[in-house]
Ligand binder design. Structure first.
Ligand code: PLP
Length: 358
């Protein structure tokens, strides 16, 4: 048997379900109805020749860059943000370097960092998952070569203040600071273009969440032109497939679709948070398309009772500081109606509603 590299042997395993997700999927922060139907028409118009050719990323990068108001040299289209994280780590980390993350957070930062042989420095979020700016700054050292943060964060929905992120970039100029804005559309604040003042800053965006194209795998990594030239060297020239590249300009030209979807999610988020408030179930106010709540020892019963009603929700108990926590994704208004009805029934079934309201 071959032996994997030492860094790989000790990697944690990320276990997202890769099958058996039938029902209303409120477990993975996806768009619950899919992307603009204009994309389907685009898919139907694909020719065999389109599939025979190697994908041409550059013309689509010009369109994506114009959409974001940045230059094409400041952006790389990636196979989801997952690949953006991976190529950034491959570009900047050597074995023995340090990379800072704030936990709990998205699992792929730790995996991509650790796979390079760099050391992961995990800074726990403060009470109520507040962003730990001063603790993070205290961990900066000359060996810090990367800081990877999700803003809004997953699974908490919490955000870091823009000025704190800028301060971190300033205080760690030797480190690539990745601000992962996968949930930007539900929040509205961005650090896009700030790399023109702070060259060590990178911003990631995805088309997997608000845009409803998780299955096509399209992400963006953006940053300072010279830094992006180095990142490009690491990326495969054919990292995005031809089908995804064909669809992206179409989806970008139908902004109304995303706006109205995001509007429904933001309203649904309010409704779920209001419901939690009324029931006395502790939750953390979210700026993303999901809400994390504390069900304590009832978490497994809740997940099962919801599954029985055809709704998948996610037990996040394994994340640091999240024991007893369940994360529920918000979708369209119709899906929020279904969610709230099922939730009330499920709480009744597991006896939690009486316990809380008594
Ligand atoms: C913070 C964060 N970044 C990135 C991703 C993955 O994005 P993509 O589908 O573009 O790889 C997720 C998915 O859950 C996420 O929560």
């Amino acid at each position: 048997m071959l032996e994997a590299r030492k860094a790989v042997r000790s990697l944690p395993t990320y276990h997202p379900p890769l099958g058996g997700r039938e029902g209303l999927r409120l477990d993975f922060n996806e768009n619950t109805v899919g992307c603009s139907s204009a994309v389907l028409a685009q898919l139907r118009a694909l020719s065999l020749e389109d599939l025979a050719r190697y994908p041409e990323r550059e013309p689509v990068e010009v369109v994506a860059a114009a959409h974001l108001g940045i230059g094409p040299a400041e952006l790389l289209l990636t196979n989801g943000v997952d690949e953006a994280i991976h190529v950034l780590c491959e570009t900047f980390l050597e074995p023995g370097d340090e990379a800072i993350i704030v936990v709990p957070t998205f699992a792929m930062y730790e995996i991509s960092v650790a796979a390079t042989g760099a050391q992961v420095i995990s800074v726990p979020a403060a009470k109520d998952f507040v962003f730990p700016t001063s603790d993070l700054l205290a961990c900066l050292s000359p060996r810090t070569r990367m800081i990877a943060l999700a803003n809004p964060n997953n699974p908490t929905g919490a955000v870091a203040k823009t000025e704190d992120l800028i301060e971190i970039a300033r205080r760690g100029p030797q480190a690539a600071l990745l601000v992962d804005e996968a949930y930007f559309e539900f929040y509205g604040h961005t650090l896009l273009r700030e790399w023109r003042n702070l060259p060590n800053l990178f911003v990631a965006r995805t088309f997997s969440k608000a845009y409803g194209m998780a299955g096509l795998r399209i992400g963006v990594l953006a940053g300072n032109e010279q830094h992006m030239a180095m990142v490009r060297k690491v990326s495969s020239p054919y990292n995005l497939n031809a089908v995804a590249l064909k669809c992206l300009p179409t989806v970008l030209s139908d902004c109304n679709y995303v706006e109205q979807y995001v509007g429904q999610v933001v309203a649904g988020r309010q409704r779920l948070q209001q419901e939690y408030r009324a029931l006395g179930i502790p939750f953390w106010p979210s700026q993303a398309n999901f809400v994390l709540a504390h069900y304590g020892s009832a978490k497994t019963a809740l997940v099962q009772a919801m599954r029985k009603r055809g709704i998948l929700v996610r037990d996040r108990s394994r994340d640091p500081g999240c024991d007893g926590c369940v994360r529920i994704t918000i979708g369209t208004t119709e899906h929020t109606d279904l969610l709230l009805t099922a939730l009330r029934e499920a709480l009744e079934e597991i006896g939690l509603k009486e316990a809380i309201t008594r």
